[in-house]
Design a protein around this ligand. Structure first.
Ligand code: COA
Length: 173
């Protein structure tokens, strides 16, 4: 499917909310995006919409998070969440294009890695691997295989073993 991917603009905000509500069948993810957009974790260039014939059919968001390393240090990384494609256009490659494009923009902006909590069958095809490989932990009680990470710069997560701290907004929805 031939789509355009561009940074979200202000007039897209209500559409993005509705898109997540339709894709997830609940309002939490739309609320999460609204909260993150107002937070220090937001990066405008990494809130991306997929556009088909002028209509928004997908959205992906990457926000800043920190890894608190064992040695008392901090490593900046990104959270990928959420990503949605409008229900009647799923399974046509749009989600994949959004993930790949987003990872490329993040790399160009100089970010070293991305972390995702998501479908264990979906994200490995983009290069994500269990975050435990780099000694990353989360306070969320989830199976090892759904907590994943990818290095955008080689070695970015070497020595970053520690606790991934998600933006507060993730606990507020
Ligand atoms: C997940 C989602 C963003 C994928 O976008 P998409 O455009 O449908 O996906 P693509 O066409 O790029 O890729 C299709 C692949 O995704 C997989 N996939 C899609 N939805 C999936 C789901 N809910 N669980 C597991 N895998 C899923 C398909 O099995 C397919 O795999 P294949 O290529 O090996 O056959 C989209 O289906 C969606 O919006 N789902 C509802 C919201 C959601 O669950 N978001 C992700 C939270 S981690």
């Amino acid at each position: 499917m031939k789509i355009d991917i561009r940074a979200e603009q202000e007039q897209d905000i209500p559409v993005v909310y509705s898109l997540h509500a339709a894709a997830f069948g609940q309002e939490n993810e739309g609320r999460l995006v609204d909260l993150l957009r107002q937070s220090e974790h937001y990066i405008p260039a990494l809130s991306l919409v997929a556009v088909l014939d002028g209509a928004i059919i997908g959205h992906i968001l990457f926000t800043k998070l920190k890894i608190m390393t064992g040695a008392g240090g901090e490593v900046e990384s990104l959270a990928l969440a959420p990503v949605s494609v409008t229900p009647d256009l799923q399974y046509a490659g749009v989600g994949g294009q959004l993930v790949r494009h987003g990872l490329e923009v993040a790399r160009e902006l100089g970010y070293g890695s991305v972390i995702v909590l998501g479908h264990a069958q979906y994200y490995p095809k983009f290069g994500f691997a269990p975050a435990s490989r780099w000694g990353l932990t989360t306070t969320y009680e989830v199976p090892d295989e759904v907590f994943m990470a990818i290095e955008l710069q080689p070695g970015a997560l070497a020595g970053a073993a520690g606790r991934v701290v998600y933006p507060k907004a993730f606990e507020q929805v």
